[in-house]
Design a binder for this molecule. Structure first.
Ligand code: SF4
Length: 396
């Protein structure tokens, strides 16, 4: 892909023209959800909220994998780190997520062997370098990440490694869409579907969801023109009373997706019910390691018990991940929960909604003056209106 080609998707003039079209086409108040955390960040970074008319409220969804990883899963990783001869090899953002009484980062400071890696492959290398240790890689991510982890397990099998294990906490996006639309408290008029996940599962992966709910959906890329074009596509559908499953990211996403990656996933994982932070158990939304790979499955091979997990008091991650609240409505936001000292997972990952709000709208670290800041109160009113009186944040 040439640079000029990409520049077109960042062209302010093109973006401005699409925003004009949106303003002309949008007549009634609607709520659109960008499912993916990368979209959330791009929307803030590019000031897209500030380019939209007040009729359009953008909600952030459950598409940040670290954010939806449950407290119990985090506590499990921490518990495994305490086992003899275990090295935890993990991505950096996972290390900072607070569990019930600690975090991987704190455990490392207390002397546990926890290493930050940039790819699952790095964990494999650590296992080869330390045959006397058990190296555990926490498998956190959606369909985008799962094929890579599956390939790592296949490589471990080929290398005959007997000291490399994965704990699979992988989750799948389409079942989460079913759960969102099935929740009576959530009203969403259209979905901006995640580009990266769609590369793997293709538009075909959303067909059962779309056929059941007939809600406007569009697969979108991550540049400002991509996102604005996707919003315009949704507005046109909604205003004309239509619902379609559209693909506005055709330069990367196909109908069938990456069938090779899908096959690797199927070879290594099987579907199971999975709990999502703040959402609860969603049927057939998780991936567990198949019995044929049980010798590489940390769940099967390591002996540990995890005490009962407790959610952080006052944290509204569940409502934020389902679009029922925005971060400023959490009583802890900015006061006691910050990226430097996060209370909930949504403030940890750079793709977390609370972290994105803090960075681009709050008084904290970034504050690039996105449109979101200037529209903050207006967005807040639109988004929260119907639900403002309900406040089921955890124990607050
Ligand atoms: S701001 Fe509130 S909802 Fe967001 S992570 Fe912090 S405590 Fe949880």
């Amino acid at each position: 892909m040439g640079i000029k080609y990409m520049e077109e998707y960042r062209d302010p003039e093109i973006a401005g023209r699409i925003a004009d079209n949106i303003r002309r086409a949008s007549k009634r108040p609607i709520r659109l959800m960008e499912v993916c955390g990368t979209h959330t960040v791009s929307i803030f970074r590019n000031g897209i909220r500030g380019m939209l008319p007040k009729t359009i409220a953008l909600l952030s969804g459950p598409g940040c994998p670290v954010c939806v990883t449950t407290q119990k899963e985090i506590d499990t990783f921490i518990r495994m780190a305490g086992l003899d001869e275990v090295i935890i090899a993990t991505f950096g953002d996972l290390m900072r997520v607070p569990g019930t009484s600690s975090s991987l980062q704190k455990q490392r400071a207390e002397g546990r062997d926890i290493r930050m890696v940039y790819a699952a492959d790095d964990a494999l290398k650590i296992a080869r370098q330390h045959p006397d240790k058990k190296v555990v890689f926490p498998g956190v991510g959606f369909e985008t990440t799962a094929p890579t982890i599956a390939a790592t397990l296949l490589a471990a099998r080929e290398m005959r490694l007997d000291n490399f294990f994965v704990f699979s906490a992988h989750k799948c996006v389409p079942p989460a869409l079913f759960a969102l639309m099935g929740n009576q408290d959530v009203r969403i008029d259209g979905f901006i579907l995640p580009g990266h996940v769609s590369v793997i599962i293709g538009t075909r992966g959303y067909v059962p969801f779309f056929q059941k709910y007939r809600v406007p959906c569009v697969v979108a890329g991550f540049e400002p023109v991509d996102i604005l074009q996707a919003i315009y596509t949704l507005i046109r559908q909604i205003e004309s009373g239509k619902a379609e499953l559209s693909n506005d990211y055709r330069r990367v996403v196909t109908v069938d997706g990456n069938t090779k990656a899908q096959q690797i996933m199927k070879d290594v994982f099987e579907v199971r019910d999975a709990a999502w932070r703040g959402i609860g158990t969603i049927p057939e939304s998780g991936l567990k390691i198949r019995a044929t790979f049980s010798d590489l499955d940390a769940e099967k091979m390591l002996d540990f018990r995890v005490p009962e997990s407790v959610e952080p008091k006052g944290c509204c991650c569940g409502e934020i991940l389902t679009g029922r609240k925005i971060p400023p409505e959490c009583p802890l936001y900015q006061k006691v929960c910050t990226p430097e000292d996060p209370v909930g997972a949504c403030m940890v990952s750079s793709e977390g909604t609370c972290a994105a709000y803090y960075r681009y709208q709050g008084s904290g670290i970034g504050g690039q003056g996105s449109g979101a800041r200037s529209r903050g109160p207006g967005v807040r009113d639109q988004v929260s209106g119907r639900e403002r009186d309900k406040s089921p944040c955890t124990d607050s």
